[in-house]
Design a protein around this ligand. Structure first.
Ligand code: AHG
Ligand code: MN
Ligand code: MN
Length: 335
């Protein structure tokens, strides 16, 4: 019987045998995983740990923060600031970047995160998660500024998420496919449970918040109408629908059995490109999806090629099974 492969061993092998990641990046990913374990513990405690409910504050997007949004943000910062591998961090829950304090050595990496994705599900005991993206400082000179973070997703050196559901699962890419690690609570370590994750190119399952239907643009409406028409419509097959309202959980389902996820631009706030954030939601998820053979666009172009202009900028998101994403993207192009 072969012994289970821990995340630690997997990362050491990625560094030593595959030469995919340098030692500093290995350390960074270990630290992020440790922080996720800690967030998982807090999530599991629920009402017993006084972690449910809202805090008395708003984040930069004007959203009321949950207690767990703040706890998860603090856990990630405290875990990562002293290791010497990072220059700075950015988070959904912080307006500006967090530069590693002078008392610690500065590294060359930049870490971005959505500390707690799916906040509306915290109090109702539905899957939530942490999403992260790692970039390299564009030059090795001293100092770091917000503009160093404004790199397209195709420059990510690592990306992943941890979903806190019935199981706690860490999903990771360093550009060599997608691997999944399940938290073994007795051992306290993440164990490799799936490698070379592949999303089927076709699917019969779509995910979108249907309550916004009347606000959608025509190409999105057309796509969903055709899915709803089922076997009697142009698609000639019946579709199923799922919407968890935690992007991590929806993406996890798609990585596991295929599907398409849409959070498109809509007329509720026409000046905004969408609800989801490019740098710490769409980019890491898009890279994971592409690494698993899927596709991710904003309806028109590849999300990973978007040149960011702002840390907290939003983007329209269409991702998942390749043929469906290409269909939606084609509808936007008038095909
Ligand atoms: P967050 O909790 O980090 O703000 O993100 C929530 C996001 C995403 O996870 C989910 O897909 C979407 O918001 C759900 O939005 P609706 O409530 O509009 O369906
Ligand atoms: Mn989120
Ligand atoms: Mn969040």
């Amino acid at each position: 019987m072969t012994s289970p492969i821990s995340l630690t061993r997997y990362l050491v092998e990625q560094q030593r045998i595959q030469s995919h990641i340098p030692a500093d990046l290995r350390l960074l990913l270990e630290v992020v995983a440790r922080a996720c374990k800690s967030i998982s513990r807090a999530v599991n405690k629920g009402a017993l740990g006084d972690v449910l409910g809202t805090a008395q504050s708003e984040n930069v997007q004007g959203e009321i923060q949950k207690k767990l949004d703040i706890i998860a943000n603090e856990v990630l910062i405290e875990a990562n600031e002293w290791g010497g591998h990072l220059a700075a961090m950015a988070s959904e829950e912080m307006e500006g970047i967090y530069v590693v304090p002078n008392r610690y050595p500065q590294g060359e990496y930049l870490l971005l995160f959505d500390p707690l994705d799916g906040s509306s599900n915290v109090d109702v005991n539905v899957s939530i998660g942490t999403i992260f993206s790692v970039l390299k400082k564009p030059d090795a000179s001293a100092g770091v500024s917000e503009s160093d973070f404004l790199q397209p997703g195709n420059r990510q050196v690592a990306a992943g998420y941890c979903v806190y559901g019935p199981q706690t699962t860490l999903v990771l890419t360093v550009g060599d496919g997608v691997s999944m690690f399940t938290l073994d609570r007795e051992q306290g370590s993440f164990v490799l449970t799936q490698e070379r994750v592949k999303i089927p190119a076709d699917t019969k399952e779509f995910a979108i918040n249907m309550s916004n239907m009347r606000h959608w643009a025509d190409p999105v409406k057309r796509y969903v109408d055709e899915c709803l028409a089922g076997s009697t419509g142009v698609r000639g097959k019946d579709f199923n629908m799922r919407w968890v309202a935690s992007m991590v959980a929806d993406v996890h389902r798609i990585l596991t059995r295929g599907g398409i996820f849409l959070y498109p631009w809509d007329k509720r706030e026409p000046g905004k490109p969408g609800k989801l954030r490019l740098m710490y939601e769409a980019n890491p998820m898009s890279w994971l999806i592409e690494q698993a053979g899927g596709a991710a666009t904003d309806g028109r172009q590849r999300i990973l090629d978007i040149e960011p202009t702002q840390l907290h900028q939003r983007v329209s998101v269409v991702l998942g099974s390749r043929n469906e994403v290409e269909r939606v993207t084609g509808y936007h192009a008038g095909l």
